[in-house]
Design a protein around this ligand. Structure first.
Ligand code: ARG
Length: 606
């Protein structure tokens, strides 16, 4: 579906710099800091034979504040005193265009990159990978780690006719991020939405629809209408066992493929998917495949149950079938009900087998709330016990709870309520500053985009597993570490070109005198910009969007502290003004890339 096009980077490391050896797993054409790390590794390896550049490279870490990179000598387990080893490195060190200096502090060697090289190469690389790529897309931060591999990422997966709760919102936000992240790392990504579109409740809704259904209301908003029907009939079923029996009988007919019983359900499903797709688009989220519990083939589930029986993992319980996972500390779980109808767990087992047959994925990720940790562990374990080699490549990306989300009208049950509330709260917020508000060209649009950014950033700001409380005021404020603050930072950077037309067109960074960027703030910004490709790689390992969010805040703060002193407008030295402008534009491009990775559309104006 989304086969990444692999093309070489338009950036080449200039040949006027000292030549460096190649190190497997690095790509200096896409990550300038790789070059500096190799240069540092070479300094150490040359002084401390028999260490190789490759070995040292693994130990070149980011330094603490003020240091670019640090090497902890004890990790190499060399004979001799650490102090002597350090002195050997320092004694042999010759500053060059890559490494400016090295200092020694106990077991650590601290290295500083040559600022002029860092400035020139980083700006040049960002520019080339933003504007000169073969794909015509910005690629700075991307890599080819997943070259030739396919991942299915299942996320969002709401239940038709039930409420879209915040758990689904988190799955949507985190899942969309992961899909972007894997694409940026060269994977072929299949975004999959596995709808809760099957189960006894659909028998119930069918019964309810005969009583309370209304075609017009259904067509107007299927999700809302079905939910209303469901709420009414559920209340009845609570009291009246006859309703429950009727519902069960109906679902039985659905499972048996009775077209009459399925007719309405098909319409509901289609209308619901249509409505969801619109709302996802509003959130900048897209699925390649809408599937659902209803689409798990009966044969796949029967085969799975047969296999479990052969493995003697199945036991009968009052007519129902259970899989016994006590040996694995995962309890016992029902896999088939007494009336023979299927169940959530069994559908996940059959569904995974079916997906493997269909897609031959190299990895499959499920983005599901930590409340379902047990459920997921159970079906992963069952698949492993069934002997599927690929069961090892299943991953559960889980997340904590969201507390207290409501709108001013009460509890939230639908996705469009969340979007609307974010938009109106933001709109009110913007109106508080009348002067600014009047200058906004398209306030409705801007309010919605910033509102959605606020929701997303609040959701992704901390480690996934943490719970957090939903707070409209906090998340939509322009102060503090919020989504609006990031959008504001991007808008401000975008305004630089508009405010300094006399400096345009700006020559490519390689044609500018970047040695004029001498302020400590500019160095801090450039180093952060250079680190972005590493930040992306780390996120791929941890599956934590917070790493990207933190990066975006650090960059925005760095820019804020440069803004007043490292000026463009009013700078008399035009060469200096241009170099500064190039730095700010690079910052805009990288901040924009980080926001897009988080599924956020960076704004140019507000
Ligand atoms: N529809 C389910 C729910 O709302 C989530 C589905 C998660 N995915 C899965 N393969 N079980 O709870």
């Amino acid at each position: 579906a989304n086969k990444p096009t692999l093309a070489p980077s338009p950036f080449v490391v200039p040949t006027d710099l000292p030549a460096l050896p190649e190190v497997a797993g690095t790509d200096p054409t896409r990550c300038v800091l790789d070059s500096f790390r190799i240069a540092i590794a070479k300094v150490v390896a040359d002084a401390l034979e028999p260490l190789t550049v490759e070995q040292v490279y693994q130990g070149v870490d980011y330094g603490k504040k003020g240091e670019d990179f640090t090497v902890a000598l004890p990790r190499f387990k060399l004979p001799g005193k650490i102090d002597e080893l350090a002195k050997k490195v320092i004694g042999k060190f010759q500053p060059d265009e890559w490494v400016e200096s090295v200092t020694h502090d106990r077991a650590f060697l601290h290295f500083r990159c040559r600022t002029s090289t860092l400035m020139r190469l980083t700006l040049d690389q960002i520019h080339a990978l933003t504007y000169d790529t073969v794909s015509k897309q910005p690629e700075y931060g991307s890599n080819f780690l997943g070259e030739g591999k396919r991942v299915i990422i299942e996320y969002s997966s709401p239940n038709i006719a039930k409420s879209f709760h915040v758990g689904h919102l988190r799955s949507t936000i985190i899942g969309a991020f992961l899909a972007n992240l894997y694409k940026a790392c060269g994977w072929e990504v299949i975004s999959m939405n596995y709808l809760g579109d099957w189960g006894t409740q659909f028998g119930l809704i069918a019964v309810g629809f005969e009583k309370y259904g209304n075609q017009e209301a259904l067509e107007k908003d299927a999700i809302q209408h079905l939910f209303e029907v469901y709420v009414k009939i559920s209340a009845e079923a609570e009291k009246d066992p006859a309703v429950r029996d009727e519902a069960a009988a109906w679902f039985r007919r659905m499972e048996d493929g009775d077209e009459e019983a399925l007719k309405n359900w098909r319409v509901w499903r289609k209308l619901s998917v249509g409505k969801y797709a619109e709302e996802y688009a509003r959130l900048n989220v897209h699925f390649d495949v809408y599937t659902g519990e209803s689409e798990v083939p009966q044969a796949a589930m029967d085969a799975a149950l047969g296999r479990l029986r052969e493995l003697a993992l199945i036991e009968e319980d009052n007519g129902a079938l259970r899989v016994n996972l006590e040996k694995h500390k995962l309890g016992k779980a029902v896999v088939r009900k007494r009336d023979g109808t299927s169940i959530y767990l069994t559908r996940d087992i059959g569904g995974a087998v079916n997906r493997y047959d269909q897609y031959k994925f190299d990895k499959m990720i499920y983005v599901i709330s930590a409340q379902q940790d047990m459920h997921v562990a159970q079906f992963f374990k069952v698949l492993e016990l069934m002997g599927y080699e690929w069961a090892k490549s299943l991953e559960h990306v889980n997340y904590g709870l969201v507390l207290g989300m409501s709108t001013r009208r009460g509890t939230v049950v639908f996705l469009d309520q969340i979007i609307r509330e974010a938009s109106t709260v933001m709109h009110d917020q913007m109106r508080k500053n009348e002067e600014k508000y009047n200058a906004v060209e398209n306030p409705e649009f801007v309010a919605t985009e910033i509102g959605i950014t606020g929701v997303k950033i609040q959701d992704m700001a901390a480690k996934r597993i943490n719970n957090y409380s939903f707070n409209w005021d906090r998340m939509l404020s322009f102060e503090g570490d919020t989504g609006p603050y990031l959008q504001y930072a991007h808008v401000r950077l975008s305004s630089i070109e508009r405010k300094n037309p006399e400096l345009l067109p700006l020559p490519a960074p390689s044609q500018l005198n970047t040695d004029l960027l001498v302020e400590p703030q500019t160095r801090e910004i450039i180093f952060l910009l250079g680190s972005y490709p590493d930040v992306v790689k780390t996120a791929l390992k941890t599956h934590e969007p917070s790493g990207i969010v933190t990066f975006a805040f650090r960059l925005s703060h760095g820019i804020s502290s440069a803004w007043e002193t490292v000026i463009v407008k009013g700078e008399q030295d035009k060469e200096k003004a241009k170099a500064r402008m190039a730095l700010y534009l690079a910052a805009r491009d990288v901040l924009g890339a980080a926001l897009r990775l988080l599924s956020i559309k960076p704004l140019e104006r507000m």
